[in-house]
Design a protein around this ligand. Structure first.
Ligand code: DQA
Length: 143
């Protein structure tokens, strides 16, 4: 089983970006531990991070994954195009945020993705990606 992990803009800065909000782990460290978990769950995990909306959209169009785990980052609150890409390929997805977006600025409380997601995990830092991977594994093996 194949899962695509999509990370949006500025997540390449994890580790030095507002560590009090997003933690001190780098994206490379997070993805490395996810890869280890994925292989234990017999999941082949592909990853894309981009700061460009069109690169994320193209990756979604091209993937052969059965499920997508996505942290759309700031595009969460802005991108109808990314939402439409996920709906267009009709691949189920889990939305993840490191921070609890509901406890932050009001503009972060609306997501263009949540109403279409299988589920949303936020506020647990990088652990949220691990939770999403386990949720994906459970769903894919029982589907
Ligand atoms: C984020 C929350 C977004 O509001 C923000 O723009 C991000 C990261 C998170 O993971 O907590 O870039 O998606």
């Amino acid at each position: 089983t194949k899962v695509l992990l999509v990370n949006g803009p500025n997540l390449n800065l994890l580790g030095r970006r507002e560590p009090e909000v997003y933690g001190s782990e780098t994206l490379a460290q997070i993805v490395e531990s996810l890869q280890k978990q994925a292989s234990q769950l017999s999941i082949s995990l592909e990853h894309i991070q981009s700061n460009a909306e069109h690169d994320l959209i193209d990756a979604i169009h091209q993937t052969k994954a059965e499920l997508i785990i996505i942290n759309p980052a700031a595009f969460t609150h802005t991108s109808v195009a990314l939402r439409d890409a996920l709906l267009g390929v009709n691949i189920p997805f889990i939305e993840v945020h490191l921070s609890n977006i509901h406890s932050r600025e009001p503009f972060r409380q609306h997501s263009y993705f949540s109403d279409k997601a299988i589920g949303v995990i936020c506020g647990f830092g990088s652990q949220g990606y691990i939770m999403a991977l386990h949720a994906a594994a459970a769903r894919l093996t029982t589907a």
